[in-house]
Structure formats: C-alpha cells, structure tokens
Design a protein around this ligand. Structure first.
Ligand SMILES: C[S@@+](CC[C@H](N)C(=O)[O-])C[C@H]1O[C@@H](n2cnc3c(N)ncnc32)[C@H](O)[C@@H]1O
Length: 503
C-alpha cells in the first residue's frame, strides 16, 4: 500500500461502472417521494453536478455527454483514475466536464477548491464507508462550502446493522490477504479463498451470517479491482444511517429519502406489524433505524438536501404528473409480480398492462399515462406508478423525451465501446449516454457494438462479419451463442434504446 493513500487502495484502479442512483433525476425523484420540493432539472437548465471519489469517471462522463448544458466536475485523489477519465473525456470531445486530482481530506482548504463550482447535485458513490474519518470530515467541509441552497446530495455506504454480521468475514479477508507480498487485488482474492475454505468447513460466524454467505458467493464472479477496493482498505467501516446524517448535518444537509425508490414505500419494505411499530415514531432518523432493523439493507443510497422545502402531497403529485417516463423493457416482458423487500408485490395487469403498452410506443408523461381510459387502478397516485416503474428499473425518467441524440452523446458511446471493448466482458451491464433521458440508458457493450455497426450503415445482414469481428476466438457453439446475442440485441434491446434516444 502506498503512503499517499492514507490506507486506501491505490495500487490498482477501480472498475468502471454506471450507477443510476447518481443521476440528478433519481435524486430529484427521491426528494419528491420524500415530500421535499425537487430540483428536477428542466431540459435547458444549466445544472452544476459534482462527483466526489469518481474513480475512472464513467458515471460523470455519461452525465456530461447526456447533458451538454450541464457543468460536470469530478474529483478523485488517484492520478491513474484522473488520467484515464481525462483521456476518455478528450476522446469523446466533451467540453463540459472537468476532472480534478485532489485529496478530499484537505480539498476544502486547498487552493484547488476554487476550481470546484457550487453544485446543484452532488454524488459520492462507494466512498463514505471506505475512507478514513479525516476524509469524511473533509468531505463535509467541502459540501458545506459547495452545495447550493436547495441542492441535493447522494451518498451511498455500507450500512449497519445489516453489514454487522459480515464484519468478521471482511476482517478475515483483509488480514489474511495483507500477509502476502502481492498487489491488493490478489490479496483480496487469496483472503476470499481462505474465507470460502472456512465456509466449506462450516465456520460458525460465516455460516450464521446470510450476508457473509451471499457475499462469498457473489464475489466469485466480481472483477479483481472491485474486490481490492471493497475489502482491502484500512478504514473500511459500515455506518449507521443516523451517524452519516449527523455528520452531514454540519454541511446543513438534511436526509430526505432513499434513491432506491422502492425503499420509500413502507408497504413495499415492511410487514404490517413492522409498519405498526414504525408508525409509533415521529423522528425520521429513528424510523430509518427501525427500517434498517427490519430490512436486509447492507448498502444504503441516501439523498440529502441543503435547505429542504417541504411540499404538500398535492404539489408532489403535480410535479410527478409532469414527469416523462421511458420504458426499459418490452411490454411482453413486463413482470406482473416483483420481488420487493416486504416479499412479492403484484402489479395489477389491467392497470400496468395498458400503461406499459402506451409506453412501448414512446416515452409519455405520467399524467398522460394515468389518463388512459379504462385503467383498473388508482389514477390519483402518480407516486406509486413512478415508484414501481422507476424503482423496479422497468422505466427511466426522461428529462427531454423525444430529443435527438447529441454529437457529444454519440461520441461518448463510441469512446466507451472503443476503450471498454478492449478490456471488459461485452455482456456486463453498463449504460449509454442519452440526451433524451439526461442520464445513462441501461445497455451492454453488445448493444453499443450493434448500434455502432448500424450507424456505420450496416444491418443484420452483416452479422457474419460481426461474429468474426468479436468471436474469432470462439468455437462453433460460442459463435452460435454470439449470433443469438446479436439477434436478441437487434430485436429486443435496440428498439428500446432508440426510444430512449441513444441513437
Ligand atoms: C470504491 S471507489 C468508487 C468509485 C466511483 N464512485 C464508482 O462508484 O465507480 C472509491 C473512490 O474514492 C477515491 N478516494 C478514496 N479516498 C479518497 C480521497 N481521500 N480523496 C479523493 N478520492 C478518494 C478512490 O480513489 C476511488 O476512486
């Protein structure tokens, strides 16, 4: 471990990823569902967006490319991350994004802070519970100086009490890995191997923690760079929500809601008995502690506002009625039962069916959807419709429904394909920049590849050439599967991505 990282992993770059909770639309929707006036950006708003601990910056790049009028600033202390992010921004020709190399522990007092504009939206994903206290305090001082009045801040962190049962497993992985003179990703892999051997030997502290068991299973297929940054930091410490809220209160930030929209609906997250206990409590922080006690919520996505203005349910509904939604799935793939924390939620077919059919034609306003004739369900509850469709990732909010792709977004998507196509699995979930959504549209590199070929004037008739291009090292079966993937992309994914304004 190098000296400058203060115990944070610096010997291997963090994996690239896009996380929809970081987008201003999701933050704004969370605010509305939490009953606070939402700064949902209008199409031409010159939003200032700030990301702290941005890694290689993919999320910030996609947001900048999707919203050319926004000013995006993204900060990380690892020069390898900043160099990769800047190269990407240059390749995509983005003029509205700036990557700064700075240590969040001291940035607020540093001259570099002058280069950080006031921000309407801020996101810190995968940072808070992985960095030392001194860095957390520095983040709070920076937020105090930079968040605009009414601005929203998204903070994700590993949460207690759910993470508590896996703390022993994390310590075992880190301490055993550390003994080896290896790079931190290899150390994490060796530590995890030891933990899996103990799991197979029925070690009690692993066996009785469902979280530890599921983490050991899931980490089997995770990129090495993720494992290093997740398990090998000195200061990794999951947190209670009230402690994070207490720390951020010094930046005048107030907790409003979860960017995991489903979690804002007590009936979808808790049993009737659990809700009855929760309703005895007025204090929102205590309610969240109760919720965290009832749920298996090991990663929280909290949204805070500086100077929250409370709104009436009628004002909230009016704002939600104006939102446009764009479908993420084909109507025939609509699930009418969904897993939610409280169990199974049924989505009424004669309500969600016609709504999904209408959305399949084009993105629509929520108000329009709820005015469809003969809907069997509550037309006066836009919060539920938005919460279910966006919360279950069946639809995305669209800030500029129907807008054409911008050159910036097209270039960004090509740059992603060119650079990630060399190193990443083509099937990994990613996102494409979309001016219509004002955020990333969920897709894979396969989807981006096919879009790229279509834009080069090709069509499905050239599929043999695509297969030779991507699958030259595959045997006949592998090439057959690749063909199926391309056929599926053309038939099922591309129409959705076109409706979402990706190409
Ligand atoms: C787990 S990664 C998350 C990266 C990115 N937000 C994402 O979700 O892909 C945490 C990031 O915080 C950065 N970081 C850690 N300590 C920092 C510090 N003191 N100042 C600035 N960045 C820091 C790391 O370099 C790393 O990129």
């Amino acid at each position: 471990m190098s000296g400058w990282g203060s115990g944070y992993v610096t010997d291997i770059a963090y994996m690239t990823g896009y996380y929809r909770h970081q987008s201003p639309s999701l933050m704004a929707l969370a605010c509305l569902l939490g009953g606070a006036a939402s700064p949902l950006p209008a199409p031409d708003d010159p939003v200032s967006y700030l990301e702290l601990g941005c890694g290689q910056g993919l999320g910030a790049l996609i947001l900048a490319a999707s919203n050319p009028r926004w000013t995006v600033t993204a900060i990380d202390f690892n020069p390898a991350h900043v160099a990769a992010a800047r190269a990407w921004a240059a390749q995509a020709g983005l003029a509205n994004i700036r990557f700064l190399e700075a240590d969040l522990a001291t940035l607020a007092e540093d001259a570099v802070a002058a280069a950080v504009p006031s921000a309407d939206f801020v996101s810190l994903h995968g940072v808070w519970s992985w960095v030392p206290r001194a860095v957390q305090s520095g983040i709070v001082r920076l937020l105090r100086a930079k968040v605009t009045p009414g601005g929203a801040v998204h903070v994700s962190y590993n949460a207690l009490p759910a993470w508590g049962s896996a703390l022993g497993m994390q310590r075992l992985v880190r301490d055993s890995g550390r003994r080896l003179a290896m790079r931190s990703d290899r150390q994490a892999e060796e530590g995890l191997k030891l933990a899996r051997d103990l799991q197979a030997a029925e070690a009690l502290q692993l066996k009785r923690s469902p979280l530890a068991m599921s983490l050991l299973e899931r980490t089997g297929g995770m990129p090495a760079s993720y494992l290093a940054h997740e398990y090998m930091n000195d200061s990794f410490a999951p947190c209670f929500h009230a402690d994070v809220a207490g720390a951020l209160a010094d930046a005048k930030l107030e907790w409003i809601a979860s960017a995991n929209l489903i979690e804002n609906f007590p009936e979808l997250t808790m049993s009737p008995e659990q809700r009855a206990v929760t309703q005895r409590l007025d204090d929102p922080l205590l309610r969240e502690l109760v919720k965290d006690t009832c749920l298996e919520r090991s990663l929280r996505h909290d949204v805070f506002v500086r100077g929250a203005r409370r709104i009436t349910p009628a004002a909230r509904d009016a704002a939600l009625m104006d939102l446009h939604l764009a479908l993420n799935i084909r109507p025939e793939d609509m699930p009418y039962e969904a897993n939610v924390p409280a169990g199974q939620a049924a989505l009424n077919r004669s309500f969600y069916g016609p709504i999904t059919q209408a959305l399949a034609k084009a993105p629509r306003r929520v108000g329009e959807l709820l005015a469809i004739p003969d809907l069997d369900g509550r037309r006066d509850n836009p919060a539920e419709l938005v919460g279910m469709l966006v919360g279950l990732e069946l639809a995305e909010p669209a800030l500029r429904a129907g807008a054409e792709p911008t050159p910036q977004a097209l270039r960004c998507n090509r740059a992603m394909l060119a650079s990630l196509g060399r190193t990443e699995s083509f099937g990994r979930p990613l996102a494409a920049a979309s001016h219509a959504l004002g955020a990333g549209a969920p897709c894979t590199l396969f989807d981006l590849y096919v879009i790229d070929r279509l834009q080069a004037g090709e069509d499905g008739g050239q599929m043999d050439a695509w297969i030779s291009d991507l699958g030259s090292n595959l045997d006949e079966n592998g090439q057959g599967r690749l063909r199926e993937t391309f056929v599926r992309a053309l038939r099922t994914r591309l129409p959705i991505l076109r409706a979402q304004g990706v190409f």
